[in-house]
Structures are given as C-alpha cells and as structure tokens.
Ligand binder design. Structure first.
Ligand code: NAD
Length: 379
C-alpha cells in the first residue's frame, strides 16, 4: 500500500498534508510513503526529516503518485498534476469543490476517488478528522495576531506612570470555531471583546469566553439554528435589523474580525463601505471570509488595504500564515481518517463504502461525480 504526499501548487499555500509524525504512523500501519520533493518546506519540514521518518522522496509528482493507493494533498490538485495516477486511487484533501465544478469534473475523469475533507460529518466520532475546525481555530487565533500587527496602538489597558492607556475594543462577527478562538485570543491580549452571530447557541459560548453578545434576538433568530449546527441564510428583514444594530456598534470599535460563513454559499456581506467609513482612522478590520468573497464590501482578497486610515486585512488562507501548526493539525486529521480506511492487519486498503464518513466525503468515483450535492451539476 503506497501513500503519496503532494507538494502544494496553489499560490501562497505553505501547508503540507503529512508530517514526519504522521508518516511514521502510516509506516506503522503497513504503508510505504512517497513524499514529493520539497513538499514540507513551506512548513519548515525538510526532505531529510521525512526520510528519517521512513518516507522516500520523489523528485517529480509523476514518480510520487505512480502506483499510489492514496494521494494526500491540502488543496485540490489539477487533473494534470495527477497524470499517471492509478484509477481508483483515493485523493484526499481540502478539495473545495463548490464553484469549481469544471475542475471537479476533470478530476473525476482521471478515475480517482476524490474525498473532500471539508464534508466530514460533524459527529463525535469524526471530530478528530475535522479539518474545518482545526484550521478555523488557527485562523481565528492568527486573525487577532494580524490585527495586532497593523494596529498602531496597544491592546490591553495599561496603567503606567505616564497615565492610563485605554484597552482596545474588538468586535468579532461570526462566533463559530474561528470566531470563538478570535474572542479568546483578543481577550488574552487585553481587548474588550464583543461578538455577534446568527445562531442563538453562540450567545452562551461568547459570554462564557467573557465577550458581550450583540444581536437582534427576535423569533427568527431563535429558530435559526439548523440541525447540523451551521448558520442558515437569514431573511432580508432580519439582516436589515441586524445591520442597523451592528452598524452603530462597529462605529465605536478599534478592531473588527469577521468570520461569517454559510457552507456552500458566498460569504454574507456584513460590513458596508459606510460602516468602514464610520470607523476612526487607525482602526483595523480582518476579514477571514476574504477567500469566499468577503464579509466586508471593501475587502480585496489577498491584500491589505488602507481606506481613509482604516486598515482592511483580506488575507486568504490565514491558517497558511501559521503553517507549521496548521500542517501539524491538518496532517493529524488526515491520519485519523485514513486509519479508518485501511486494514492494518492485512496492510491494505479496506474502504467501507457504507461508512457514513466515506459516504459523506466521496466526491468522485469510477469516472463520475457522485456526491449528492453535485448531482445536478454533473447531470
Ligand atoms: P462556519 O465557519 O460555517 O461559520 C462561521 C460562523 O459564522 C458561524 O458561527 C455562523 O453561524 C456565522 N454566521 C453566518 N452568517 C452570519 C451572519 N450573517 N452574521 C453573523 N454570523 C454569521 O461555522 P463553523 O465555525 O465551522 O461552526 C459552525 C457550528 O458548528 C458551531 O456551532 C460550531 O461550534 C459547530 N461545530 C460542531 C462540531 C462538532 O463536531 N460537533 C465541530 C465543529 C463545529
């Protein structure tokens, strides 16, 4: 059983899908591991470390994937990257299929079984495989670090001989995994923190971290939590009421961190140009939804912009800016999933196609796009 680890090709992607730690575990499970040369460099993992863990280094991607049963990646590889791959090989990664249907169809045509880690069900058994949580948690932390780096003032209250410095006010929009970590991190740095979310359950979580919850708590809000725990699209009326409340709040903030996402949809627009312009010069906004279109009207994905003195940080892939830790956790998520796909005694792949984790994550198989969410697109 051969596992291949790809070098990432997407611009700015510094993570890697395996670490020496997980390579050692794969070998313990009876696999051989082929790592594409330089795959770990963005995360400060040298080829020699992979070799010390028992992997071989492949000078080209073609050699890495040749004969592989499993191909590991962070970003979706193009069909041409996988040239020569065994049809039926499992390609496992954060494949980001929504809005990328043509690439998904090309991937299907290679014959591989593509498995989307983002589709892992959020059930207790799969928590250890939840890349959305492991990466969002780091993104939430890193968002506050990015804000602190461009904020030209101190965050905590300081009582000094030269007088008192007031603490910064930070507002976190979207209190899911990333938002909660942003709240915790901003608190640790001494900011006065408030937060909002459309899910009623978030209120208690925000308050338990010492944040103040800001939301229009009407009937629609109370009914907004869906069975899977994700946000649903709110009505235009609700959004208008909420925008009014948050607009007056944002005008008083020093730092705003936006993390609002709705799975499979563009990010909701939460901050308009007028709201940005209501903030004092020197304020900072970090838009963690930049990659999904942004929560902020003025966000430019991948860029830091200065709008009349308000700094808007629109980095995409913020977790990739803390790559060593992000790779460490991502690789462990992947290892946990793969452990369920192989028979360690027989040292071979043994995929249970009826397992709910497999059913939820398989996107392509036997030349076709098979995931139910993409059936219409495929038809
Ligand atoms: P996400 O990344 O999809 O969205 C981030 C947050 O944005 C969510 O809290 C969402 O409610 C919020 N949001 C969406 N639209 C908004 C708007 N217009 N205004 C303000 N906020 C808005 O979500 P996530 O962080 O992946 O987690 C979603 C939920 O799932 C959370 O409750 C989380 O605790 C839960 N979860 C459960 C498990 C599990 O294994 N059971 C694992 C991870 C997360």
């Amino acid at each position: 059983m051969k596992i291949a680890v790809l070098r990432e090709r997407a611009e700015g992607e510094s993570r890697v899908a395996a670490t020496p730690e997980t390579v050692g575990k794969f070998i313990g499970l009876g696999a051989t591991v082929s790592v594409e040369e330089g795959a770990g460099l963005g995360s400060r993992i040298g080829d020699d470390q992979f070799v010390a863990a028992g992997a071989t280094i492949s000078p080209t991607v073609a050699i890495a994937v040749q004969g592989a049963d499993i191909v590991l990646c962070v970003r979706r590889p193009s069909a041409s990257t996988l040239t020569g791959v065994n049809p039926g090989a499992l390609v496992i990664g954060a494949l980001d299929p929504y809005g990328n249907e043509a690439d998904v169809a090309a991937l299907a045509q290679t014959g591989v079984t593509a498995m989307v880690m983002e589709f892992m069900p959020r059930i207790t058994r799969a928590q250890v495989m939840d890349i959305l949580s492991s990466q969002a948690n780091l993104a939430g932390y890193q968002a506050v670090i990015e804000a602190a780096a461009v904020f030209e003032r101190a965050m905590p209250m300081m009582m000094t001989a030269a007088g008192t410095v007031r603490p910064a006010k930070a507002f976190v929009m979207g209190a899911g995994v990333a938002g909660l970590q942003a709240i915790a991190t901003a608190k640790r740095l001494g900011a006065v923190v408030s937060a909002t979310d459309v899910r009623p359950a978030a209120k208690e979580q925000v308050e338990s971290l010492g944040g103040k919850f800001i939301a229009v708590e009407d009937e629609e809000f109370k009914q907004a939590e869906t069975a899977g725990g994700y946000a649903k699209q709110m009505s235009a009326e609700y959004q208008a009421k909420q925008a009014e409340l948050t607009a007056s709040h944002i005008a008083k903030q020093d730092i705003v961190i936006t993390t609002a996402l709705i799975p499979g949809r563009p990010a909701p627009r939460l901050i308009t140009r007028e709201m940005v312009e209501s903030m004092a010069p020197g304020s900072v906004i970090v838009d963690l939804a930049a990659e999904r279109g942004g929560n902020v009207e003025l966000t430019q994905p991948g860029k830091v912009v200065d709008h009349n003195g308000v700094i808007i940080v629109g980095y995409t892939n913020v977790q990739g800016r803390i790559p060593t830790t992000a790779s460490q956790l991502y690789a462990r998520n992947i290892l946990a999933f793969i452990t369920t796909l192989i028979d360690a005694k027989e040292k071979k792949l043994a995929v249970n196609w009826d397992d709910e984790l497999v059913k939820a994550t398989v996107l392509t198989r036997d030349g076709a796009v098979v995931h139910p969410n993409f059936q219409q697109a495929a038809a």
